[in-house]
Design a protein around this ligand. Sequence first.
Ligand SMILES: Nc1ncnc2c1ncn2[C@@H]1O[C@H](COP(=O)(O)OP(=O)(O)OP(=O)(O)O)[C@@H](O)[C@H]1O
Ligand SMILES: [Mg+2]
Length: 331
Amino acid sequence: MSRVFFKRLCKSYGDNEVVKDFSIEIEDGEFITFLGPSGCGKTTSLRMVAGFVRPTSGEIIIGDSIVSSPASRIFIQPEDRKLGMVFQSYAVWPHMNVFNNIAYPLRIKKEQKSVIAKKVEKILDLVDMSELGKRFPSELSGGQQQRVALARALVMEPEVLLLDEPLSNLDAKLREDMRIEIKELQKKTGITIIFVTHDQMEAMLMSDRVVVMEKGVIHQVGDPVSIYQNPANFFVAGFIGTANFIKPGHLDEIGYRSAKTCMVRPEDIVLDKEKGRYRGTVAQKMFIGEGFLYVIDFRGDALKVKALPTQQYDPGSEVGMDFSKVLCLNI
Ligand SMILES: Nc1ncnc2c1ncn2[C@@H]1O[C@H](COP(=O)(O)OP(=O)(O)OP(=O)(O)O)[C@@H](O)[C@H]1O
Ligand SMILES: [Mg+2]
């Protein structure tokens, strides 16, 4: 287990600054997620921790050691950083069976045969694949291949595990199962995990803390609940969960009289056929299993609203609304 500190970390390719002044303190044993749209610098940040990309300036500290610091001319090689990494396109060797895939990094390190066997068996058990050691990747499901990639990263007993969109190639059901498995694995090993995803739901489900990024800038770092309930700005509000933005002036009656745009979550809008301070028109009705998702036309804004299965309103009809929680954002 290890902590990981980023101190004013920057990375540029030519004039293109892809990571701008990152400072984060990742605790020992923490599950932290880098979340943001494509191209925002997630993989670059992870690769700087791993040592595959050199920062332009700033520092990275793992445990008690500075591993990257251009100013001090320090650069520790990837193999000496005690990290495990699963890459965005998790590559397992197609010509090696599961056992040999996992044993590979140990063989490179010239570990004894008996030690290798012991360690691989232990990891196979951890990822629940003890029976499948002799299979080749082509004989495995996507999720099982994913677990081989995880096992291969874990067999070196890293102090920090870096996972770059490890679930993006899996179908929805498998992804859900693997999320739970990765969380279980972290509980068993106590390892520090830096996870990368562009899937906000995945980030919220799995993380102790989430780092919300855009275009190389960190907008907010916090636990999922506080980021969802108190987004720092418009970008975070819109990227995490569903946000309804209501134009300035449209909520004057309930005291939001400033020029600010207001934000309401779909679950914070209460619908009622008769009652409600505001009236809107049902534009769309969608069944979402646990109830309905409505799109309500409210003074020209299209508001998404979650409702119970018993709350049925026909498209085109008028409906009353109250807002139980409204957030006003300046930036
Ligand atoms: N070796 C490189 N040379 C030049 N530009 C690069 C290089 N690697 C990445 N970039 C640029 O840096 C930016 C960040 O890339 P990065 O791979 O970190 O994004 P990402 O957040 O991981 O995106 P995605 O979700 O698509 O994987 C992008 O604009 C990318 O084009
Ligand atoms: Mg990436």
